[in-house]
Design a protein around this ligand. Structure first.
Ligand SMILES: [Fe+2]
Ligand SMILES: [Fe+2]
Length: 302
């Protein structure tokens, strides 16, 4: 029948993209409406943002798994067959998957490319940076993992958690502009070379501008700021630095210390933590270092 499109192939889709937390596949589109499926791994956050216009409706049906929505300390758990939709949404709402979850996602306005391309591009840049700087393989992922764990214990609101994860993952994208020979130089860097490295937080900020992740730009820009004002690029102090940037700063420093560098072998976890503790209240937020130490202890790393 003309106009009827029957798809009896589970693997069929128009386009698919891997996102941080899972997979998004565009199944059908027309007249502005998009029908997608989202596969999200267990224990991941995802949020639904307000549309640009009031009329946008977004509908989600749980094909499998379960998700939890938390409001005023009260958890609402949704299971297979449950659904939710948003319209006239004023603020982002965040959900957490409790299991590997599949959702049918219908939007009355095209969102697929908006969600896919920006993230895809930033991912590509992370991969490029980690290839350029031969010692940083999976650095972004590790920083993300521990930043998430710390933030959970500090009860960071859920809507900030997801952005924290993106900021942690993409914190060093600005390094794409730093020549490889500086990143991997085995000797002491000259002042000029150091200044080139010090540009990466602000470059990272510029790179997310104009994407839907623009709001994480400031966090990326601040990840080398230190609470006594000795950091860069702006020498911010104490509360001038976002909590998210302070968290990333601690985990980032730890990961840098335990990784091999061109000019030295990686330190042991215990020594690295002692260094964080020594600089607590000067470079690093005391509470964050404390929580991070607890986590590493529980994981048997120290
Ligand atoms: Fe950095
Ligand atoms: Fe880093």
């Amino acid at each position: 029948m003309q106009g009827l499109h029957i798809i009896n192939d589970k693997e069929k889709y128009i386009e698919k993209v891997n996102q941080k937390s899972g997979e998004l596949a565009l199944l059908a589109k027309g007249d502005g409406t998009e029908i997608m499926t989202m596969e999200i791994k267990s224990n991941k956050l995802f949020s639904v943002d307000p549309g640009d216009t009031d009329e946008v409706m977004e509908f989600f049906y749980l094909l499998k798994g379960s998700v939890v929505y938390q409001e005023d300390e009260k958890d609402t758990i949704l299971y297979q067959g449950d659904y939710f939709y948003v319209q006239h949404l004023k603020e982002p709402v965040t959900f957490k998957t409790l299991k590997e979850t599949g959702l049918l996602y219908v939007s009355s306005k095209p969102v697929f490319h908006f969600l896919s391309n920006d993230i895809k591009e930033l991912y590509e840049i992370v991969k490029k940076v980690e290839k350029k700087d031969i010692y940083t393989h999976d650095h972004g992922k590790r920083v993300e993992e521990y930043s998430f764990k710390i933030a959970e214990r500090l009860n960071l609101p859920r809507e900030r958690m997801e952005l924290l994860c993106y900021s942690a993952l993409f914190h060093d994208i600005g390094k794409v502009n730093v020549p490889d020979k500086i990143l991997n130089k085995p000797d002491r860097l000259t002042e000029n070379e150091m200044n080139k490295i010090k540009k990466h937080p602000s470059d990272g900020y510029e790179m997310v501008k104009g994407t839907f992740l623009e709001s994480i730009g400031k966090i990326i820009e601040q990840h080398h700021e230190r609470i006594d004002g000795s950091g860069y690029p702006n020498g911010l102090k104490g509360n001038e630095i976002f909590l998210e940037a302070k968290i990333i700063g601690v985990v980032d420093s730890y990961d840098a210390m335990i990784s091999d560098r061109p000019y030295r072998k990686g330190l042991g976890s215990r020594v690295a933590v002692e260094e964080l503790q020594r600089l607590s209240n000067r470079h690093y937020d005391e509470k964050i270092v404390k929580v991070f130490t607890e986590i590493l202890k529980e994981e048997g790393k120290i």
